[in-house]
Design a binder for this molecule. Structure first.
Ligand SMILES: Nc1ncnc2c1ncn2[C@@H]1O[C@H](COP(=O)(O)OP(=O)(O)O)[C@@H](O)[C@H]1O
Ligand SMILES: [Mg+2]
Length: 445
């Protein structure tokens, strides 16, 4: 082409073509620029979308975390090696630990009682391997708290899977049902007690009649015997013992007679001696040296005598237990002193009854827990932990006050203050009495 076409023309053509080429390049540039622009726009847009999605995911995560935290059930996430990776606030609360003390620890080894570990491990293994049996999803089993106490938990178990569907964690959540179980037991126990009470009332009623007969016939023998003779002495003893039985029966009857809350003027000395009729022989049998010092002219209180009997019986029972723990046999230092005196508190006349026992005493750090419901240091089956909490409620309902002093290994003193019947009438203002009580509790005894 070069040899045939004149150079001039060739030059012209090339010039034209290069112009065209320039235009093409320009167009190409423009196209590329718009592509980059669109790309950049799309990139920015995608970034924005991603950020938005990330914010939504974070919000969801935060919300889930919040639910996890505020849940009223224990929630724990375990990895496949039973190590804790997450625990919520309630979980820490029940265990009595902070998060740092739990996270990363082996769950079964550290937070389950020894006796349940093997079973828990089996359940965990089944769960993490994806065997969802009913017994794996729900079961009741205790945890071990930092204090070494057991709390019964109703567990619901689930698993967490990764994107590919593999199980990576176990989520165990549980409700603390310790109190619920205790209450059920208590309910059963009080139902049993009510039945026993009814039975006792029936028996007491049956015993009452023959015992009156025994006393009356013995009285006839005494009357017909030579005064001072062995026969007279013996029949007098029969009368005395018969009267004792009659008193015990009367106390039993008054215990089991309904739970009416009626109050009337009561004599504390009489109530105490009725209680001692019931428990006195046990005290004697266990070799307790009992001292009862209540003045004869002790003013009356306005109270429900059944409830007061219950209070005194609970306090004495606790003392007897503590004494028997310290002195399993008779001992001259195995003493229970019940002392009554009058005292004026904020211008109002009160009766103060001190129950002092030289038993095991109580450690200082649990002294303020003794009146908490269900607090007991006694072995299972021996204590319900309800005695003192009921006593304190009854005393408070009578506008009185109850507190405990103790030294571990030496003594326990339960102090009951009750307003006298006359002072209660004078001070009608309940709020004022409450204020007095508050002030009194601030003072040392
Ligand atoms: N006189 C006492 N001496 C020593 N400890 C006592 C005495 N009275 C009460 N306690 C302690 O207070 C706890 C709570 O008493 P209580 O409420 O009567 O329940 P429970 O007798 O069923 O244990 C007891 O378990 C015991 O540790
Ligand atoms: Mg008790």
């Amino acid at each position: 082409i070069v040899s045939f076409v004149p150079q001039e023309t060739l030059y012209q053509v090339l010039k034209e073509e290069s112009k065209n080429l320039q235009n093409t390049f320009l167009m190409l540039y423009a196209f590329l620029a718009s592509l980059i622009g669109a790309g950049a726009f799309l990139f920015v847009k995608a970034g924005e979308e991603k950020r938005k999605a990330e914010i939504i995911i974070k919000e969801e995560k935060d919300r889930a975390k919040q639910y996890f935290e505020v849940a009223s059930v224990i929630s724990v996430v375990l990895d496949s090696k039973e190590k804790v990776t997450l625990i919520n606030k309630k979980g820490c609360e029940v265990l009595g630990c902070n998060k740092e003390e739990v996270i990363g620890k082996d769950w079964c080894e550290n937070f389950l009682p020894k006796k349940t570990r093997k079973n828990a491990k089996t359940i965990f293994k089944m769960l993490i391997e994806g065997h969802f049996l009913k017994s794996v999803e729900y079961f009741e089993s205790p945890v071990l708290t930092k204090e070494g106490k057991e709390r019964m938990i109703a567990w619901h178990n689930a698993v967490i899977r990764n994107e590919s569907g593999y199980i990576i964690n176990a989520l165990i959540s549980g409700e603390d049902i310790t109190e619920k179980i205790q209450l059920q037991k208590e309910f059963l126990r009080s139902a049993q007690l009510a039945t026993i009470g009814e039975l006792a009332a029936g028996v007491a009623h049956e015993v009452n009649n023959p015992i009156t007969g025994i006393i009356n016939y013995s009285q006839i023998i005494t009357n017909e015997s030579e005064p001072g003779s062995i026969q007279a002495e013996m029949s007098n003893r029969v009368i005395k013992e018969g009267r004792r039985i009659a008193t015990i029966v009367k106390s039993l009857l008054s215990f089991s007679r309904g739970q009416d809350k009626k109050r009337s003027p009561c004599n504390v000395k009489r109530i105490l001696s009725e209680v001692l009729d019931l428990i006195g022989s046990q005290l004697l049998k266990d070799g307790v040296q009992l001292k009862l010092e209540i003045p004869d002219n002790f003013p009356e209180i306005h109270a429900n005598s059944n409830e007061m009997q219950q209070v005194f019986l609970d306090i004495i029972n606790n003392a007897l237990y503590a004494l028997n723990q310290k002195y399993p046999k008779t001992d001259k230092n195995k003493t229970l002193d019940i002392l009554g005196k009058e005292t004026t508190l904020s211008g109002q006349l009160f009766l103060r009854i001190n129950f002092y026992d030289s038993g095991t005493g109580v450690a200082g750090d649990i002294l303020d827990k003794l009146m908490d419901p269900f607090f007991s240091t006694k072995p299972k089956g021996e204590g319900t932990g309800l005695g003192l909490s009921i006593c304190s409620r009854i005393i408070k309902e009578h506008d009185g006050d109850m507190h405990i002093e103790s030294k571990e290994g030496e003594f326990t003193r339960v102090i009951v203050d009750l307003p006298t019947a006359s002072s209660r009438q004078k001070t009608g203002n309940r709020r004022e009495r409450k204020e007095d009580r508050r002030r009194r509790s601030e003072r040392s005894v």
